[in-house]
Design a protein around this ligand. Structure first.
Ligand code: UZR
Ligand code: MG
Length: 247
């Protein structure tokens, strides 16, 4: 009802935006350590936002292809370092999608450590764009495009157990090489780059995809925010109070 609506907003502030301006998509960043349940959380959010157009862009897509020298000594390559990603391209992708334009996302092959040269994934304009990856909060320019930042916080032993299972079953690796890579690169990079970016999160989700309450709260908040976008169009003089919360 309108009275309910009036109590929820303040009309004393100036108009927040041009009512005729096209609605900008709502950008969500989802970060957390390897095998923390980021993708699961994203899938749960997407399911619950079924009445909106939602697209998922994974930072993994922006891995740089390895040179032949790097490929020869792939065990010494650090895939968990920020330099392993083409961050300029990720930024360009995020800016383009935020402006409502489509973007052609590269396709990275984890087996060959190369980008597919013959194809890409076309990502179209959407209401919600989710940027997912271990280091999506690392670059301040990418981070500042986000309307909401979520950190999936799962214990390291649970993550390592999942990582071993995933890399052996899905990526054809043996247990020893997974453990070696974990100790040499994955854990140090988590401590140096991933964990320090947790402070930028608006919401921290313990236990990842098992945490249905957190995902419910987050999607309710996003629904409200998307509704407010519409509200600004209908009531251009109404100023919506922003809020942040922590779980
Ligand atoms: P998530 N990774 C590979 O194993 N091979 C590649 O070619 C590219 C990336 C791993 C990467 C990182 N590191 O820990 C993980 N290593 O993918 C990130 N070693 O993926 O966020 O789904 O855990
Ligand atoms: Mg994943």
């Amino acid at each position: 009802s309108l009275s309910h609506l009036r109590s929820a907003v303040s009309s004393s502030s100036p108009a927040s935006s041009d009512p005729d301006a096209p609605k900008q998509p709502f950008i969500i960043g989802v970060s957390g350590g390897t095998a923390s349940g980021k993708t699961t959380v994203c899938d749960m959010i997407i399911q619950q936002l079924h009445d909106h157009r939602v697209v998922l862009v994974n930072q993994d897509s922006f891995y740089r292809g390895l040179t032949s020298e790097e490929l020869q000594r792939v065990q010494e390559y650090n895939f968990d370092h920020p330099d392993a990603f083409d961050t300029e391209q990720l930024l360009h992708c995020a800016v383009t999608l935020k402006s409502g334009q489509p973007y052609q996302v590269p396709i990275y092959d984890f087996k060959t450590h190369q980008r597919r040269s013959d194809t890409f994934r076309q990502v179209n304009a959407s209401d919600v764009i989710i940027l997912e990856g271990i280091l999506v909060f690392h670059d301040s320019r990418v981070r500042n495009l986000m309307n909401m930042k979520i950190f999936v916080d799962t214990d390291a032993d649970v993550r390592l157990a999942r990582r071993i299972r995933r890399d052996t079953v899905e990526r054809g690796r043996d247990v020893n090489s997974v453990l070696e890579q974990y100790a040499k690169f994955v854990k140090p990079a988590f401590d140096d780059f991933v964990l320090p970016s947790k402070k930028y999160a608006d919401v921290i989700i313990p236990r990842g995809g098992d945490n249905h309450v957190a995902v419910d709260l987050i999607t309710q908040h996003i629904h409200t925010k998307l509704g407010q976008h519409d509200l600004c169009k209908i009531y251009p003089n109404v100023y919506v109070i922003q809020s942040t919360f922590q779980i």
